[in-house]
Design a binder for this molecule. Structure first.
Ligand code: HEM
Ligand code: NAG
Ligand code: NAG
Length: 328
């Protein structure tokens, strides 16, 4: 063997060890159709429901940020008191039926092999692609967690958090300030309920009147937002998170943030801070050649892979659930 080959072999081995059991194609021997089955279920569901792709993408994030990417958010079992799913921070999450449906097919095809946490991660990737975003390889091999506790979600990032709080909440999960910007870029698709808007539009500094709105909002955009989510109006009305191209997974959300057209407050906060502002600009700044200095779609994909590594469980602290909504 040549010296370089020896070096490469050692290097590859090292990479595998440092990532634990997570690897691309983890099921290629044990359940070769696993990814195709998830993809089929997601694609079919998205055909009938335009909300499906954004919901499935959000589900993966909401899962990963509480107890790691371990399917803890899926538990919905009467024998569990105060399961995580009921947490305030998980308001409006969905896509559970599709995860359970994929699991049903997978249990039929290769029983006891594919974890629910991996189904969620794969479904999120497929959702990104269906919405016109980048394809990326998903590392698999997660086990499903053994804990689902509502109070563990208390520390989730909140729409009304300051930029410093958002940065530190991401830092606590091993994600950088740059990854904070990239991952929030997921808001290029999907919708938010007016439920999340009152503070930003009417009570930003605590005065609680119609003039007390977030100064970051573009003055032309403010009346539009207020009209969609009037003071004391219906909190269940849903509005696009990307006011321009909400159906398409593109970099428009970052342009919106730059132009004061972010919809939820936490997206706007990215422009409060010198560093995160600079990151936003690096993706939208138009040089004389009209080309941004970095590629949002590629970097987003890498950030998703990184997010998918948060708190991954193995056999010592996890299992392969038979049904995603219940522990074995
Ligand atoms: C600072 C962190 C974040 C905050 C405060 C936040 C907040 C929110 C809120 C309030 C909504 C609206 C929920 C609803 O009304 O149903 C939402 C939707 C969404 N979020 Fe986030 N989010 C954050 C990060 C992320 C990340 C990291 C991702 C994915 C990588 C993500 C993906 C989504 C998607 C796709 C939707 C649309 C869901 C739908 O249409 O049903 N979010 N987010
Ligand atoms: C949930 O977590 C909280 C805080 O860690 C703890 O006090 C509580 O006992 C837990 N509940 C259950 C049912 O394990
Ligand atoms: C603001 O005023 C509305 C009534 O216009 C009230 O329902 C709401 O609770 C108030 N919010 C705060 C934070 O005081």
């Amino acid at each position: 063997m040549k010296k370089t080959q020896v070096f490469l072999t050692i290097f590859m081995f090292h990479l595998c060890v440092s990532k634990g059991q997570l690897q691309v194609g983890y099921y290629s021997e044990t359940c070769p159709n696993a990814e195709a089955i998830v993809n089929y279920v997601v694609s079919e569901a998205a055909k009938h429901d335009p909300r499906m792709a954004p919901m499935l993408l959000r589900l993966h994030y909401q899962d990963c940020f509480v107890e790691g990417c371990d399917g803890s958010i899926l538990i919905n079992d009467e024998s569990v008191t105060n399961p995580e799913r009921g947490a305030y921070a998980h308001q409006g999450v969905g896509g559970f039926e599709q995860i359970e449906k994929a699991k049903l097919f997978l249990e039929y095809t290769c029983p006891g092999v594919v974890s629910c946490a991996d189904i969620v991660a794969l479904a999120a990737r497929d959702a990104v692609v269906l919405a016109g975003g980048p394809f990326y390889e998903v590392e698999t091999g997660r086990r499903d967690g053994l804990i689902s506790n509502q109070s563990l979600a208390d520390d989730m990032p909140d729409v009304d958090d300051s930029i410093d709080t958002l940065k530190s909440k991401f830092m606590n999960k091993g994600l950088s300030e740059k990854e904070l910007v990239l991952l929030i870029g997921a808001h290029t698709i999907g919708t938010a309920a007016c439920f999340f808007m009152p503070k930003r539009l009417y009570d930003f500094t605590g005065q609680n009147n119609s003039c007390d709105s977030d100064p970051e909002i573009n003055p032309y955009f403010l009346p539009v937002l207020k009209q969609k989510c009037p003071k004391d109006g219906d909190i269940n009305v849903r509005i696009p998170l990307d006011a321009e191209t909400n159906e398409k997974f593109d970099d428009q959300i970052l342009r919106n943030i730059k132009n004061g057209m972010a919809v939820i407050a936490s997206d706007a906060r990215l422009y409060d801070d010198t560093f995160t502002k600079q990151v936003v600009n690096s993706y939208v700044y138009e040089s004389i050649w009209n080309i941004p200095t970095s590629s949002f779609l590629q970097d987003f994909a890498m950030a998703m892979v990184k997010m998918g590594r948060i708190g991954v469980k193995d056999d010592s602290n996890g299992e392969i659930r038979q049904v995603c909504s219940s522990f074995n």
